[in-house]
Design a protein around this ligand. Structure first.
Ligand code: ATP
Ligand code: MG
Length: 456
């Protein structure tokens, strides 16, 4: 374990035995097969299922790591190994500090005991003394906010109540490491917001957070790093935005292309072809027309390093860029001025129900504003193969001084459903200029006006 890591995983693999018949489990236990010939492998009564294969990474104190991946990828298995509730088949795991966990299958409450009794039981399992628990008891109950249920056995709780209590206990033990497995997806949005705010507080106090989520937005918004796991293997690790883009590429790929995409992600990861923060960009993306005119509106250093081109489904997006109304290419934008976001779309197949779109996002990947060329119920009815469309979307730079990323997308009908025919993520990066003395805060300048009166 490197001297400063909070969690260190080295070569973690996990094999589950899969029994074809219920009786095989007992048979394996009572009569474990032995090899008949010296050196030969004994035949077991089960098949092996490798839920994790050779997973290695470190998490540093104070980091918030998001783990993403498809269903059955191995995410929960990995968290259970980190928490010590499952033993790896091979490899070593080192964890430094007190771990509190919110796992899919519950927090280890005793179903027969009341909520109040479980607070004491769970608190002491997590390393608090009775006095420490008593001190925090009221605050735990207030945070869980399950009026009338705290003195009922937890077997009578709904899964939402159960998770509320588990979360309240976990955050009140002030863990060094908090492990959260999708638990926040129960509960209403206000409660989720409360949990996230509490996690933020723990993190501000130096805790390390590992959390599994299917919400790409959340991972990009709150994590420092992300890990993509698929069929038990790490396919990507790096900035949340770059990992989430890769995850979505895999998730939204046509079934017949998934293996190919998976193999190329694995190759990139294993071969370390550029870290995820500097993926190799297609040459065409780099070779943007050099802007003429005012230097101040073009910064050659503003080149997106997280471009992801999704697999084409009948068209490709070329030459995306921002232009002034008079046609000059720019990437440093004046506040409150109008610009054109332009790109070409070349169709190699006929397409129906076509709409062109754009999206502006923060550095953390939060979607701020988008626009589409046609309303959902009246798209371009038919586009013929071989045609090229020049798309131009006029927009006002309402964004406060910061750096932003843009997507371009082409939607079309695939049978009954609208789908992306082409999608290019983070293809354009721009900066909005600072205005001296601006009164706007946050990302969007909504042209507020403040007034006030003093009562003498
Ligand atoms: N105790 C077990 N015995 C046998 N197989 C198991 C066991 N636990 C998990 N698995 C298998 O291991 C794989 C990984 O499961 P895991 O629960 O870690 O996935 P996950 O990434 O958390 O998925 P999800 O997003 O659906 O929660 C799955 O194929 C699952 O069926
Ligand atoms: Mg899971």
């Amino acid at each position: 374990m490197s001297s400063e890591a909070a969690v260190s995983l080295r070569g973690i693999s996990k094999c589950f035995p899969i029994y074809a018949k219920p009786g095989d489990r007992l048979r394996q236990f009572l009569f474990p097969p032995v090899a008949r010939v010296a050196g030969a492998k004994a035949r077991n009564y089960y098949d092996e299922y490798w839920a994790l294969r050779d997973v290695s990474f470190e998490v540093f104190p104070g980091e918030q790591i998001g783990i993403v991946g498809r269903n059955g990828a191995g995410k929960s298995t990995l968290l259970q190994i980190i928490c010590g509730t499952l033993k790896p088949t091979t490899g070593t795991v080192d964890v430094r500090g007190r771990v509190a966990a919110l796992l899919e299958l519950g927090a280890g409450f005793n179903p027969e005991l009341t909520g109040a009794e479980n607070i004491y039981l769970n608190g002491s399992v997590l390393g608090l003394t009775n006095d420490e628990i008593a001190e925090r008891y009221d605050s735990i109950v207030a945070f869980a906010d399950i009026p009338g249920f705290i003195d009922q056995p937890v077997k009578q709780y709904s899964s939402g109540m159960y998770m509320r209590l588990a979360f309240a206990v976990a955050v009140h033990v002030e863990p060094d490491i908090l492990v959260v497995d999708e638990a926040l997806s129960v509960g209403d949005e206000a409660y989720q917001r409360k949990c996230h705010a509490r996690i933020r507080k723990l993190r501000d106090n130096g805790a390390t957070i590992l959390f599994v989520s299917h919400s790409a937005g959340h991972v990009t918004e709150v994590c420092d790093r992300a890990v993509l796991i698929d069929r038990g293997e790490v396919l990507a690790m790096g900035t949340p935005k770059s990992v989430v883009s890769r995850y979505q590429k895999l998730l939204y790929a046509r079934t017949e292309r998934q293996d190919e995409i998976r193999a190329s992600l694995l190759d990139d990861y294993r071969g370390g072809v550029g870290s995820l923060d500097t993926p190799a960009l297609p040459a065409a993306r780099r070779a943007v027309a050099q802007p003429g005119g005012d230097e101040a509106y073009w910064d050659a250093g503003l080149v997106s390093q997280s471009v992801v081109d999704f697999p084409s489904r009948g068209c490709i997006i070329k030459e995306p860029g921002i232009f002034t109304i008079s046609g000059e290419r720019v990437n440093v934008l004046r506040p409150d001025e109008d610009y054109l976001y332009k790109y070409q779309v070349c169709f190699d197949r006929d397409a129906v129900g076509v709409r062109f779109g754009m999206m502006v996002k923060t550095k953390a990947g939060v979607e701020l504003a988008g626009w589409v060329s046609h309303p959902e119920d009246s798209p371009l009815p038919h586009v013929v193969a071989g045609s090229t469309y020049e798309v131009s979307i006029r927009f006002r730079n309402v964004f406060n001084a910061d750096t932003y990323f843009m997507n371009a997308g082409v939607a079309g009908m695939d049978g009954e459903h609208e789908t992306y025919l082409a999608r290019a993520v983070d293809v354009v990066m721009f900066r909005s200029m600072r205005v001296a003395g601006s009164l706007a805060t946050g990302f969007i300048n909504f042209q507020g006006q403040a007034s006030w009166e003093a009562d003498r």
